[in-house]
Design a protein around this ligand. Structure first.
Ligand code: FES
Length: 342
């Protein structure tokens, strides 16, 4: 069975299957409701039933002491709809409304995606989840007080496990550590979520402009768009130096099969002779300008080296893109610093 859930006071509606929790259904359809553990123990996902029936079948209710069930309060991460519902709930509209947490996490997988990009998976402690918006980033809190920041590369649907794409920086102390010393099962400490780079719920068609591992937050956004079945045209431009710098192309292929709204335009800045490249050559933002001369009706999400992002913003806005329709990742944070400057 599928039920209609209406939120108050925002009057948003979402569909809830009887096998899923109210929280899962809301998140799947793009509503952002505060939560913590997603396992029934913290009370952070509190809502209130105003109309309709629900049940707690198969639920963990150890967090019930954190709410007042007598007054109609429910744990949205555990409750399942048994009829159409009207619920009172606080919805998150902006990234700043999400609580920033510090927590330990375990390195659960390390795998090279290219000659200089490491894919790292972090697993959170049992019963901990990290609420974030697709596109945001985390920082590693290192023992000597230094911080190193990386975009989260997966959509928050599976927020118990965080994916990062870490590019090796010559003489970079942290990336040297990641590529040469860090091991699966090691424990790191993180602070997250951070940043204002996330998909806005507007109607404009979208252009994603990624440079190198700036692909990571854009990957998270596209995954989220596919989960939400977003019906907005989306152009993904991804620029790298030569063919060996691309990764996860199979994943992009699978997205293209899932979403008729998505197109992918790969761009190489310096293809090798052996690349046998028939595709686009040049700077990635120039490929956008060549294809879409009138950007005024688009929303742009750009992530990559600061020079790429700054140039894209300057050239796009000079040609008519309203500045409020350009969103970027402050990617300086992802650049590791040489050992000597720490
Ligand atoms: S998110 Fe912790 S109890 Fe629901």
């Amino acid at each position: 069975m599928t039920y209609v859930v209406t939120t108050e006071p925002e009057q948003h509606r979402f569909m809830c299957e009887d096998h899923e929790t109210l929280l899962d259904a809301a998140l799947r359809q793009g509503l952002v409701i505060p939560y913590g553990c997603r396992s029934g123990s913290c009370g952070a996902c509190k809502g209130r039933i105003l109309e309709g029936t629900f049940d707690y079948e198969h639920a963990n209710l150890s967090g019930l002491n954190k709410i007042d069930p007598e007054s109609g309060d429910i744990l949205l991460c555990q409750a399942r709809a048994k009829s159409d519902l009207r619920i009172a709930v606080r919805e998150i509209e902006r990234a700043e409304e999400i609580e920033i947490k510090q927590m330990p996490c375990r390195v659960s997988e390390l795998q090279k995606l290219t000659h200089d990009v490491m894919q790292m998976y972090l697993t959170l402690p049992a019963n901990e989840r990290l609420q974030y918006l697709a596109g945001q980033y985390l920082v590693f809190l290192l023992r000597d007080g230094r911080r190193r920041a990386f975009s989260i590369a997966n959509a928050p649907e599976h927020d118990e496990r965080l994916e990062l794409h870490i590019r090796y920086v010559r003489d970079g102390d942290f990336t040297h550590y990641v590529f040469n010393e860090l091991k699966v099962r090691d424990i790191l400490r993180i602070e997250a979520p951070l940043g204002n780079f996330y998909l806005r719920h507007h109607d404009f068609p979208i252009i994603f402009v990624a440079g190198g591992t700036g692909f990571a937050p854009i990957k998270a956004m596209i995954e989220q768009a596919i989960i939400e079945q977003l019906k907005r045209p989306m152009l993904l431009y991804w620029g790298v130096q030569s063919k060996r710098d691309f990764y996860q192309l199979d994943l992009i292929e699978s997205w293209l099969k899932q979403s008729p709204y998505l197109q992918f335009i790969p761009v190489l800045s310096e293809p090798n002779a052996t690349d046998n490249w028939q595709g686009r050559v040049g700077w990635v933002h120039e490929a956008v300008l060549a294809d879409v001369p009138d950007l005024a009706t688009y929303e742009i999400y750009a992530s990559g080296p600061p020079i790429m992002v700054a140039t894209a913003q300057a050239e796009f806005t000079a040609l008519g893109l309203p500045v409020e329709q350009f969103f970027s990742d402050p990617f300086e944070y992802a650049y590791d610093r040489p050992k000597k400057t720490g």
